[in-house]
Design a binder for this molecule. Structure first.
Ligand code: BES
Ligand code: ZN
Length: 590
């Protein structure tokens, strides 16, 4: 029996979809995509083949020569969606599914022109991780089922399609006023990395292997912010070995994109909140780039092994930062991470199973238990392995690990077995099983300190005793300095203190989204009214959950601003991505 993914109906013993050819028409009026998906199987299959779907309208299933195939769509499970069971005639190797997506497709956000930078054209994008690909394509939607694909997408001729794949040509469609874009994805991907966007999208080359895509209005800022991409790519190849996806292009998304970044292969998606104007938030680009190895080449078998994706990637992200900007940059980043981890652990509670690295997510929506735990607890464990093995040996191990498991999806246990084989005794030395299978943070967690970090922490921790930053000095603080300082301050400050901070450092007018969001959380928890308008406008502008969730939580927890939270949400819910909307509804219902 093959390994089963608790979040998918996929049964690889039935057969395996290894290639998909899509031909889809994008209709902005009805907010539907419709057309055909041709699924090619690794070997002929007879009998049942189960696929994942969510809100898909299945119109017809047939063999390539048109003979109808029997199918049955199961009831809708809130977490998993609906099982599509095909009953394949003897020896079937290809299936043609004619279908349409729903306007409610959980992976898709259809934007009105007003929600774009240019305000003239509509926009559509996908976000499939963790289990939303099934709302766009009928698939074995498990990271265990990698596939290659070809895709044709037909859209209004004023719009451009970009996809996490190699672009082919764009040609006039048979329908007047429409164009068809073609793509090929030669490297096999897990379904959650299927991604595309449609809009008024232009691009600029930044390096031989990298190009930035964005709406025209944002192109200059984006090109400036990410100009260092090639240095990152070189640094990442030093850590991991060769880059195997040909190109590393990226797309700066409309503001409603619910994440900081998404590592879609050959086309990373990035939030525009990274455009701080001073390259201070480029760690997210380094992070998504690092996923090209840890995540996209070596992939978690299911969301329960998510830490293999994120923990290693955060470790690599910080190694890249260290190569580019030095040790202190790494310590500060690790400290920011540690603050986030402590908050997540406190929120879940000390014994929560979701604070284990290996989770048991069956029956739970991955979007519900998404947290910094796999990222930051994972980072700490990988750092421990590195310390225990020694930097040189671990560097060799990482390259070997990638090479050994590339283009496969693995469980935590497979990783541990490989670790034991390559670095015997290391896992036991750091008590890896405790880290992986037990809740909370073990005592041997590595600490990352630096003189600067301690200075900032001491300053913030002395706040209640009257300690204050020197305004001239603090005016020269970096974005990381501010993040650490604000994160370490008490959440609820006396109004006079809020006023002092705001007058001295103009925090409410901050252009850096990390600093601004940390400040607005304090302002919300403290009931500092002069920042309320900015809170309203920020929550209307951005869709990144990292900012929305804590800010709504802070507003909702404060009796003074509870109704304000509900009102702001009512005003903006329609412009949030379905995934973000769902997450916020849960916060505001608690
Ligand atoms: N792959 C994740 C985003 C993701 C995770 C989307 C799970 C859906 C489900 C991406 O690589 C990521 O971790 N993004 C972070 C950036 C980061 C530097 C930690 C984010 O969005 O904030
Ligand atoms: Zn990540």
């Amino acid at each position: 029996m093959s390994c089963r993914d608790p979040h998918s109906y996929t049964d690889l013993d039935q057969g395996r979809v290894t290639h998909m050819d899509l031909d889809l028409n994008v209709d902005f009026d009805t907010q539907r995509m419709s057309g055909t998906a041709i699924l090619k199987l690794a070997a002929p299959v007879t009998g049942p083949l189960d696929l994942d779907t969510r809100d898909l309208e299945i119109r017809k299933v047939a063999t390539p020569d048109g003979a109808e195939i029997k199918w049955e769509l199961g009831g809708k499970d809130e977490v998993m969606g609906s099982r599509l069971r095909l009953d394949l005639p003897a020896g079937t190797q290809q299936v043609v599914i004619t279908y349409a997506t729903s306007p409610e497709a959980s992976a898709l956000q259809w934007l009105e022109p007003a929600q774009t930078d240019g305000k003239k054209h509509p926009y559509l994008f996908s976000q499939c991780q963790a289990i939303h690909a099934r709302s766009v394509i009928p698939a074995q939607d498990s990271p265990l089922a990698r596939f290659t694909f070809g895709a044709k997408m037909t859209v209004p001729e004023a719009l451009t399609v970009v996809m996490a794949a190699a672009p082919g040509e764009a040609a006039p469609a048979t329908d007047p006023g429409r164009r068809t874009f073609s793509f090929e994805m030669p490297q096999s991907i897990p379904p959650y990395l299927f991604a595309f966007a449609v809009g008024n999208i232009v691009s600029r080359d930044l390096a031989p292997r990298s190009r930035v895509y964005t709406e025209p209005e944002t192109l200059d800022r984006a090109a400036y912010e990410f100009a260092e991409v090639d240095k990152m790519l070189t640094a990442a190849e030093e850590v991991f070995g060769p880059y195997l996806w040909d190109r590393f292009d990226f797309l700066v998304m409309p503001a409603s994109f619910p994440y900081g970044g998404m590592e879609n292969p050959r086309l990373t998606f990035l939030t525009p909140t990274l455009l701080a104007g001073d390259r201070s938030l480029v760690n997210v680009l380094a992070h998504e780039l690092a996923h090209s190895w840890t995540g996209n080449l070596v992939t978690n078998a299911s969301i329960d092994d998510f830490w293999l994706n994120e923990g290693f990637t955060v470790w690599a992200e910080r190694r890249i930062l260290e190569n580019l900007y030095g040790k202190e940059a790494k310590s500060l980043a690790a400290a920011i991470g540690r603050n986030g981890l402590d908050e997540a652990l406190a929120e879940f509670g000390p014994d929560s199973p979701f604070t284990r690295l290996k989770t048991d997510g069956k029956g739970h929506d991955p979007d519900d238990f998404y947290s910094l735990v796999p990222y930051e607890k994972g980072f700490l464990l990988v750092s421990l392995f590195e310390q225990a093995a020694g930097r040189e040996k671990f560097a060799d191990f990482i390259k070997k690990y990638i090479d050994h498991f590339k283009f496969t999806s693995i469980t935590t246990e497979e990783f541990l077995e490989f670790l034991e084989q390559e670095l015997p005794g290391i896992a036991a030395k750091v008590d890896a099983k405790k880290w992986i299978y037990q809740a909370g943070l073990p005592e041997n967690a590595p600490e990352f300190t630096s003189a600067r970090l301690e200075m900032l922490q001491n300053l913030a921790r002395g706040w209640s005793d009257g300690l204050r930053p020197d305004p001239t000095e603090a005016a020269g603080w970096s974005a990381e300095d501010w993040q650490i300082f604000l994160q370490e301050l008490p959440r609820k400050l006396p109004l006079d203190d809020c006023r002092w901070l705001d007058e001295k450092f103009h925090l409410t007018e901050q252009g850096n989204a990390e600093i601004l969001s940390n400040w607005l959380i304090i302002a919300a928890s403290s009931g500092y009214e002069p920042a309320f308008d900015r809170i309203r406008s920020f929550l209307a502008e951005v869709g990144r959950m990292k900012y929305l969730k804590p800010l709504y939580t802070a507003l909702y927890a404060n009796e003074q601003t509870k109704t304000m939270a509900v009102e702001i949400f009512a005003d903006n819910a329609g412009s949030y991505h379905p995934i973000a909307r769902g997450g916020l509804e849960r916060i505001l219902a608690s």
